[in-house]
Design a protein around this ligand. Structure first.
Ligand SMILES: Nc1ncnc2c1ncn2[C@@H]1O[C@H](COP(=O)(O)OP(=O)(O)OP(=O)(O)O)[C@@H](O)[C@H]1O
Ligand SMILES: [Mg+2]
Length: 262
């Protein structure tokens, strides 16, 4: 279990994150959702160890990681721009991290991951020859071969559209389930957050606006901000969301909140 306790981040006099406390069960997918500038990337970087919190603690399976350097936390991130090596082909990118840690994954495990991500046909291609979705899958594979304890993804789907987006969403879900991998995903897209994750952490101006399962957020938004910012963006696709969670939009308990919000 990953735990954040009263995380606060200040830059000079400015407080960017305030009192962020939450627990993520092992194997859960959690989306971090909120408007631009609310502190999503800062929070992800604090969990990763790239940014130090001003106060508060980070624990994983009871171990205090707050002062543990990034490379010793066992967490790994896929950055929004993938950060692949352009001079290496897809396979060389995937196994790059194993050069220093050859015991992390066997050849069979790499092959399984390649299969899971549907990359068999692309292994010899150079990065420049890959589509956005293929690059995203190579970046995911490169991170996953290192067997992170926690997988962090910063806007993994924002550069993708339609079917590719759906396919990568499905793969992320499968990987989190099969590998029992705790996964945190930053997104500014409410539909993505609500359909992809077990729980959604909604941040507004550096504070937790709500942390709950998607259905609870849809049925019982905790405050006006959720209604205005999050659920109103779903207006057009509201019926799809309800179908996904098998909630009857006309049911007495679903209607009042959403009628107000959408
Ligand atoms: N190194 C820094 N020094 C000073 N202020 C910073 C620094 N990094 C981030 N901030 C500020 O912290 C706030 C949160 O930034 P952050 O990048 O976490 O937002 P975000 O939610 O990821 O936004 P976006 O959706 O636009 O990526 C912003 O107001 C930003 O200006
Ligand atoms: Mg960001």
């Amino acid at each position: 279990m990953l735990e954040l306790r009263h995380i606060q981040k200040r830059y000079d006099e400015r407080t960017v994150l305030e009192d962020i406390s939450l627990s993520v069960e092992t194997g859960e997918i959690v989306s971090i959702l909120g408007p631009s500038g609310c502190g999503k990337t800062t929070l992800l970087n604090i969990i990763l160890g790239l940014v130090e919190p001003s106060s508060g603690r980070i624990l994983c399976d009871g171990e205090d990681l707050t002062r543990v350097p990034m490379e010793k936390r066992g967490f790994n991130i896929v950055f929004q721009d993938y950060a692949l090596f352009p001079n290496l082909n897809a396979y060389e990118n995937i196994v790059y991290g194993l050069r220093n840690f050859p015991d992390r994954a066997t050849k069979e495990e790499v092959a399984d991951l390649v299969h899971l991500l549907g990359l068999e046909k692309h292994l010899k291609q150079s990065i420049g020859e890959l589509s956005g979705g293929q690059k995203q899958r190579v970046a995911l594979a490169r991170t996953l071969v290192m067997k992170p304890r926690v997988l962090l993804l910063d806007e993994p789907l924002s550069a993708l559209d339609g079917l590719i987006k759906e396919s990568i969403k499905e793969r992320i879900r499968t990987i989190a389930r099969e590998l029992k991998l705790t996964t945190l995903i930053v997104t500014h897209d409410p539909e993505e957050a609500l359909t992809l994750s077990d729980k959604v952490l909604i941040i507004n101006e550096g504070r937790i606006a709500q942390y709950a399962a998607p259905q609870a957020i849809i049925e019982r938004p905790a405050n006006d901000f959720i209604g205005r910012f999050i659920l109103s963006q779903l207006a057009v696709k509201r019926d799809n969301i309800f179908r996904l969670f098998r909630v009857d939009p006309h049911a007495a308990n679903a209607r009042p909140n959403c009628a107000a919000a959408c």
